[in-house]
Write a protein that binds this ligand. Structure first.
Ligand code: NAP
Length: 278
């Protein structure tokens, strides 16, 4: 009997920077499985056909910016998390059904535990951005019982409308420029693409008045330190980039697709230093 060969893929746009192929190569090697991971950068007009045809030959597909919502709309079935977040980052065919899941929330939770280690539980949180990644963080914050969350968005009407589906009662949405007055947040999460290699800059005109009492996570990992994260670090805040979340959300996807445990702690020890050369 021939050994199963796993085929995974990543769908997105401008994804040459992605570390997902290296994470999945590591995971396959570590688990002693044969397989490969391909990156597919497509125009939006090609996404539906790709999902109905090519993805059928894959054991699993990761979805990244800007297609997480588009793919959610194409799935026959969504997991509870994908449904509440309204976005899919992990998809696969099961028989004749395209299944959409979302592992960003649990991946964020793993990273948050690392960031908040030895800190009191966070009570006042600022999330910058109202897209799919922001909603994934909000779902996890709600599960942890955080009740006071401010979402800063450039388009508050749109953010309020997309966040409505999440039904998070302790949420207030403010315009991006209004969050710069600072409000004694003990956790800030940067969840827009601004500051990434494809979209340099910073989402807020100047850093909030923060200090070491605030922990700051930027979900971006390329570059390793965004302008926003650099400014937060220079204010004395404890900072974390998007790498731990990236590895943890990949771990959850790998386990869904293969049924094989992903050695997450070992991956953090081996991959984080490899990805963040000093
Ligand atoms: P998305 O669904 O497209 O949402 C992007 C959000 O950013 C929207 O709220 C958008 O506002 C806002 N935004 C875009 N351009 C902006 C600007 N110039 N100023 C202010 N706000 C702006 O994307 P996403 O899936 O949430 O991803 C956001 C970022 O998180 C990406 O960089 C992604 O790579 C990263 N991410 C990382 C991980 C990880 O594992 N580390 C996981 C998921 C996502 P509008 O609604 O007004 O357009």
């Amino acid at each position: 009997m021939s050994e199963k060969y796993f085929r995974f893929g990543l769908l997105g746009q401008q994804i040459a920077y992605s570390l997902s192929p290296r994470i999945f190569d590591w995971a396959l090697r570590e688990a002693g499985l044969a397989g490969s991971y391909e990156s597919c950068s497509l125009a939006e007009s090609d996404v539906a056909v790709f999902m109905w045809t090519h993805v059928k030959s894959l054991d699993g597909l990761n979805v990244t910016v800007p297609y997480k919502t588009v793919v959610a709309g194409l799935c026959h079935e969504l997991s509870a998390d994908a449904s509440r977040i309204g976005a899919v980052n992990t998809a696969y065919w099961s028989g004749n059904r395209l299944i959409g899941d979302n592992t960003d929330s649990s991946g964020f939770g793993f990273a948050l535990d690392l960031l908040l280690k030895n800190r009191p539980p966070c009570r006042r949180v600022l999330v910058i951005g109202g897209g799919g990644a922001a909603r994934a963080t909000l779902l996890e914050l709600e599960r942890r019982g955080v009740r006071e969350v401010t979402v800063a968005a450039r388009d508050t009407t749109r953010a309020e409308s997309t966040l409505q589906h999440l039904a998070f009662s302790g949420l207030r949405v403010v315009p991006l420029n209004d969050c710069i007055s600072g409000d004694g947040y003990d956790l800030m999460i940067q969840a827009t693409p601004i500051g990434s290699v494809n979209q340099p800059g910073t989402p807020v005109p100047r850093m909030l008045p923060i200090d070491s009492a605030t922990a700051v996570m930027d979900l971006i990992y390329a570059p390793r330190e965004t302008e926003f994260l650099r400014q937060a670090r220079e204010c004395g805040a404890q900072t974390m980039n998007g790498l731990p979340m990236l590895i943890a959300q990949a771990a959850a996807a790998f386990e869904i697709w293969t049924g094989v445990r992903f050695a997450l702690e070992k991956a953090m020890l081996e991959l984080l230093p490899e990805f963040s050369p000093r």
